[in-house]
Design a protein around this ligand. Structure first.
Ligand SMILES: Nc1ncnc2c1ncn2[C@@H]1O[C@H](COP(=O)(O)OP(=O)(O)OP(=O)(O)O)[C@@H](O)[C@H]1O
Length: 345
């Protein structure tokens, strides 16, 4: 559905050249939810503007829905853009128009009759869960509802691709989750290809199938979300992965835990897929005569399984504690035993 070959975008400013995107190769399949993550200035917005033809690349080729975006212009480019919907961090709604009128706007531009527009708008209002708010103005809506209007408007021309530019960055965590659920719903119901850019790994973890990590205009790592969580290669990727899976593990915190629990052992478990955390804990308690207290942890679900870390206090007869740790190691869970604020594997 989307193919980028050796795409570079260089901006010329008065006194310098800014390489915003450098030699990017990317291939996104139809129906995929693909995330691009990077910190501010990494080149994400430039990349997304290249995808919808708002910018032309300095080098390289960009194909979206079988159209070569750098070779088309005028009417053909406008037609190509209709097949690419977009939603934004700050929604970009028309404040003097109602929900219905905002969603209808791209259909007016496309020249549809009033009756046709109304049918499509009503369908979309149902799809995004805004029934009853048709006549409200954006100022009367919550952030999540505004983004639902943005999504409905982006879908009005039945695009093949939906580009999401930090679409949940202005929302609280709960509303973020509900918007991400809606995107998954739309992806499944309409088979829409979704490309989202974000600086939040939680967003990638929750809904993306694959991810590309951007740094200084380059894609430094890409792969299936679960694989990237399981085995991040680059230091930038490790930082993002730790946003989601790393429980606080300062030496001060570990020291406090060791003082608090002088008996038994404190272990850190790292889950990397396959093994779900709750059945493992239940099995350990059933099989061994030990107490097993979760002290803190951060375990998240990705498309491929659970990833995360958990600090646990295991107490009981020394032999039983040792055996239970041996058993956990056999379950493909990394186990580290904490001693004196140091960790031994
Ligand atoms: N029109 C422009 N002219 C000159 N430089 C630009 C232009 N647009 C972007 N840049 C530069 O290109 C680099 C990448 O910017 P870009 O906005 O794509 O990054 P980003 O990852 O989207 O960051 P942010 O989330 O802060 O927007 C930055 O150094 C930026 O200053």
């Amino acid at each position: 559905m989307i193919k980028l070959k050796q795409v570079t975008k260089t901006y010329e400013t008065n006194d310098s050249l800014v390489k915003a995107v450098q030699k990017v190769d990317l291939s996104i399949a139809a129906g995929e939810i693909f995330g691009i993550i990077g910190y501010s200035g990494a080149g994400k917005s430039t990349l997304i503007r290249l995808l919808n033809g708002l910018e032309t690349p300095t080098h390289g080729t960009i194909t979206v829905a079988e159209r070569n975006m750098n070779e088309i212009s005028g009417r053909e480019l406008r037609k190509a853009r209709q097949e690419i919907g977009m939603i934004f961090q700050h929604f970009n709604l028309l404040w003097s128009r109602t929900v219905q009128e905002n969603i209808s706007f791209p259909l007016e531009i496309a020249g549809l009759s009033k009756k046709e527009r109304l049918n499509i708008v009503n369908e979309l209002i149902k799809l995004v869960g805004l029934e009853g708010r048709e006549k409200s103005y954006p100022s009367q809506l919550s952030g999540g509802q505004k983004q639902r209007v943005g999504i409905a408007r982006a879908l009005a021309n039945k695009p093949k691709v939906l580009l999401c530019d930090e679409a949940t960055s202005a929302l609280d965590p709960q509303t973020t989750d509900s918007i991400l659920d809606l995107l998954v719903d739309i992806n499944q119901k309409l088979g829409l290809t979704i490309v989202l850019i974000t600086h939040e790994m939680h967003v990638i973890r929750k809904i993306c199938h694959r991810v590309a990590v951007m740094e200084d205009g380059k894609i430094v790592e890409q792969g299936k979300v679960f694989d990237v969580f399981q085995n991040p290669q680059q230091s930038m990727t490790k930082k993002f992965v730790n946003q989601v899976i790393e429980a606080e593990s300062s030496s001060e915190m570990i020291g406090n835990l060791l003082n608090q629990y002088p008996k038994g052992k404190i272990i850190r478990l790292t889950f990397i897929g396959d093994t779900a955390e709750m059945p493992l804990i239940t099995n350990v308690i059933r099989k061994f005569d030990v107490s097993f207290n979760i002290l803190q942890g951060k375990v998240s679900q990705t498309h491929g399984g659970a990833v995360g870390t958990m600090f646990v206090h295991v107490d009981g007869e020394t032999e039983q504690v040792e055996q239970s740790i041996k058993y956990i190691r056999q379950q493909k869970v990394k186990v580290e035993v904490l001693t004196d604020a140091r960790i031994t594997s």
